[in-house]
Write a protein that binds this ligand. Sequence first.
Ligand code: RFL
Ligand code: PHB
Length: 380
Amino acid sequence: MRTQVGIIGAGPAGLVLARLLQREGIDAVILERRSRPYVEGRVRAGVLEHGTADLLEDLGVGARMRREGMVHRGIELRFAGAGHRIDLEGLTGRTITVYGQQEVVKDLIAARLADGLPLHFEAEVTGVDGTTVTYKHDGVEQRLECDVVAGCDGSHGVTAGALPAGAVRRHERVYPYAWLGILARAPAANEELVYAYHERGFALHSMRTPEIVRLYLQVPPGTDLAEWPDERIWDELRRRLGLPLVAGPVLERGVTPMRSVVVEPMRHDRLFLAGDAAHIVPPTGAKGLNLAVADVRVLAEALTAYFRDGDEKLMDAYSDTCLRRVWQVQRFSNWMTSMLHRHPGDDPFDHGLQVAELAYVTGSTAAATTLAENYVGLPR
Ligand code: RFL
Ligand code: PHB
């Protein structure tokens, strides 16, 4: 098999890239290790920046998102027993859309298959050698010859490891906590997202629909779910969030470690990394999916200039262009994370500083604006 762009991974990065290339008449083949039901059922992010939602609409895959997604005009920060609203729309003129990542993925997969374009599930890439991609499908090893390879294979993929060791730097920061997340059939207890800083730790109230909530608790890394029966989870959420949460059946649960990673540069020769394959941000800023989409917009423009005019300037600039945004988003996600979590070993002085930071962010229009403009998404 041969193609112009071999895309490894059918997550948001790979699927949006394929759609952008399709619009420019560039051929691509997507290889995805997992099955379609697995990819479509994977519960992850839920917040789309203004620009991400607009792009999905431009790409013709936004109809269900506009119908079923929820436009939120603000978020709430809770600390010291009171809630404080950040008026995203009033401060920035922009909003966010709450719509599950797996719904975005379903819409993109359906559109690609309806257009009859190549997307292979259960096709695990085992190696990338220059522009030759080796993968296993139905137990048979196969090869895909490409002009360019896009590594959109997430944080456990193979492409980051295919960059020659001497040519890349990997920056990593591991946070001393994790998130225990649940998806539950229960009514939302607030119309907007609530980020809570509490002496017992961080908690987050989010949702997927008015009847399905997505809730998170800060827990120690390596926490065993067996220690957290449903009742304990709901009690702890009520305490930290200070919301009258009504419990309901838990549909999904998991513990996610928190870390930041940046791989620099994001390109070697004809291999380009995008999304979680190149960087990971802690989820407190709701940025991972949005950053993946930002990368592939830059990549699609670069590949278009290359395939249309043989012009490599944008390909050469790809890594630097993306990394400027990546570091901004790392900065914001790291700041949100440190402001809202309890840090093991902190003392009353640290606690005082954190509360002062939160009071400043919610009390000063200038400070609230810095949060809001990052949260809705910095301009390209
Ligand atoms: P993905 O979604 O991980 O997709 C990578 C795909 O590559 C496949 N793959 C391979 N395919 C073939 N061969 C191989 N060898 C392969 N190895 C891997 C995988 O099966 C997969 O299908 O990466 P992508 O596209 O870069 O997208 C990134 C986002 O998924 C991620 O950043 C977000 O989910 C992060 N995130 C959030 N982001 C937001 O923007 N807003 C949020 O509110 C938000 N909340 C979250 C989050 C992530 C979380 N977890 C679970 C880490 C909340 C949580 C709890
Ligand atoms: C989610 O709805 O899953 C979500 C929302 C906001 C975040 C992280 C996750 O910061």
